[in-house]
Write a protein that binds this ligand. Structure first.
Ligand SMILES: [Zn+2]
Length: 123
């Protein structure tokens, strides 16, 4: 096993982060456009109460999905910032290198696995 701070692997993770960020930005944009058109058709339409209920439910679900995606965007952006400043992969609690295998699955991870479970428990 070679050093965990392999430049190439970090570059790959950076690529992954930027790709995810672009995808998520696109998803949020599409959802917001959909929500806007749904609101428009709801107020303009003469649908019955059941339809209005369905629309409201769908809109609520979409809002939740959009919010989750926006949170994810913030995490991705923060990870990109850490990557740019060279601190990506350092655990925010113990300062140890977060294993690359973990970063490859969760590039926005801010803690190594043992510290993450401690942080989660104290939340
Ligand atoms: Zn740690």
């Amino acid at each position: 096993m070679t050093a965990v701070t392999d430049g190439l692997d970090m570059a790959a993770i950076g690529l992954l982060l930027r790709q995810r960020h672009a995808e998520t930005t696109g998803q949020v944009g599409r959802l917001q456009a959909q929500a806007a058109s749904m609101r428009g058709s709801h107020y303009a339409g003469s649908g019955d109460a059941a339809d209005a209920g369905t629309v409201a439910l769908e809109a609520a679900e979409q809002t939740m999905v959009t919010m989750a995606l926006q949170e994810q965007l913030v995490r991705l952006q923060a990870a990109i910032d850490r990557l740019d400043s060279g601190t990506l992969g350092a655990c925010g609690r113990c300062g140890e290198q977060v294993p690359l295998t973990r970063l490859q699955v969760m590039p926005w991870a801010t803690h190594c696995v043992p510290c993450q479970s401690i942080v989660d428990r104290h939340r």
